[in-house]
Ligand binder design. Structure first.
Ligand code: MEV
Length: 338
């Protein structure tokens, strides 16, 4: 049996615009997906996925992927999760040159499905890592990130950047611009996350932004402006001392850029009332800045606040189902059991 885990992430800046070649800065957080893989004698793949959400609902799914799962969560989310697992299996088989390899797979995750915290990327990264190790063909991290990106690209009909999968593989803060992916130094950013209990459909949200971009020059300019926000944010991070608590001035400046980034994402139609309410609750409680994270449409916001105030305010916000603090995960994918 091999077990690997990989972290989820928040976007400090740059989701959606990254799909069009602008830079983005996602940061891995200490919420992990764990995938256990046991090779089988035949070529079947059996998947068991428990606790694929933060708030404790359980997905019981057993059988060849593609069978009808008996679940009490929205079907599209389960189908999406199974699609990612299938794609991860195809990548692992290809990487190990074992096209008929069969597996029993168990997935556990502390990351809400489709909530903007990179649940699919974490499952794909941990899944490919565990499966290739199970076949005796472990991958070097850059190749793993590339394979995971290809899996997401396939499931999301070509509408994926490398940001989520690279961040989940490497951990820490990363910078992604097209194919150029790097890890960057970052101070200990005090992330607070609010989760509305829902999820957005990444493919649809990315398509919606694409249509706006094709239709209106100002939508294309909005995406380019997000790129400018990211470059300003990167400049701020590069002046900070890594792995220390950031100064109040730095938090204020990063927060202003997060607020700006949220406004631009709202203009592109990917926010939601629940996300805006959580963003405002955090800001009014004194957060330095707050924005939606990930594809949007529902799911999570991320705020910067060292005090407990934003979290408390989010807990009392009607649209917020759960609020928590998230540490930067300095470790990306890791072997939990060899
Ligand atoms: C989704 O987590 C982030 C998007 O930018 C899509 C992507 O980068 O693949 C919306």
């Amino acid at each position: 049996m091999t077990v690997s885990s990989a972290p989820g992430k928040v976007y400090l800046f740059g989701e959606h615009a990254v799909v069009y070649g602008e830079p983005a800065v996602p940061c891995a957080i200490e919420r992990r997906a764990t995938v256990e893989v046991v090779p089988r004698e035949d070529d079947h793949v059996r998947v068991r996925a428990d606790d694929l959400s933060l708030n404790g609902f359980t997905v019981e799914y057993e059988g060849r992927t593609g069978d009808d799962p008996d679940v009490d969560v929205p079907r599209p989310l389960v189908e999406a999760a199974m699609g990612y697992i299938d794609a991860a299996v195809r990548q692992a088989r290809a990487a190990a040159e074992a096209p008929a390899a069969g597996f029993d797979i168990t997935v556990r995750s502390e990351i809400p499905l489709g909530g903007g915290l990179g649940s699919s990327a974490a499952v794909v990264v941990a899944g490919i890592d565990a499966a290739t190790r199970a076949l005796g063909e472990p991958l070097e991290k850059r190749e793993l990130a590339d394979r995971a990106y290809r899996a997401e690209f396939e499931v999301q009909d070509g509408q994926a950047s490398r940001a989520d999968t690279f961040c989940s593989t490497m951990g820490g803060a990363v910078r992604v611009e097209g194919d150029d992916c790097r890890t960057i130094e970052a101070p200990n950013l005090p992330f607070v996350i609010g989760f509305d209990g829902g999820a957005g459909e990444t493919g649809e949200l990315v398509s919606g932004v694409r249509e706006l971009r094709e239709r209106y020059d100002f939508a294309a300019e909005t995406l380019a402006t997000i790129g400018d926000v990211v470059r300003n944010g990167e400049a701020l991070l590069s002046e900070a001392i890594p792995e220390t608590d950031p100064s109040p001035e730095l938090l204020a400046d990063l927060g202003d850029l997060m607020d700006f980034n949220h406004g631009l994402l709202s203009a592109l139609g990917v926010s939601a009332r629940s996300l805006d309410e959580m963003v405002w609750a955090a800001r009014e409680a004194g957060a330095h800045g707050a924005k939606l994270t990930g594809a949007g449409g529902g799911g999570c916001i991320v705020a910067l606040d060292r005090t407990p105030e934003s979290r408390t305010a989010l807990e009392f916000t009607p649209g917020c189902q759960r609020a928590f603090r998230a540490e930067l995960a300095t470790e990306g994918v890791r072997v939990e059991e060899a």
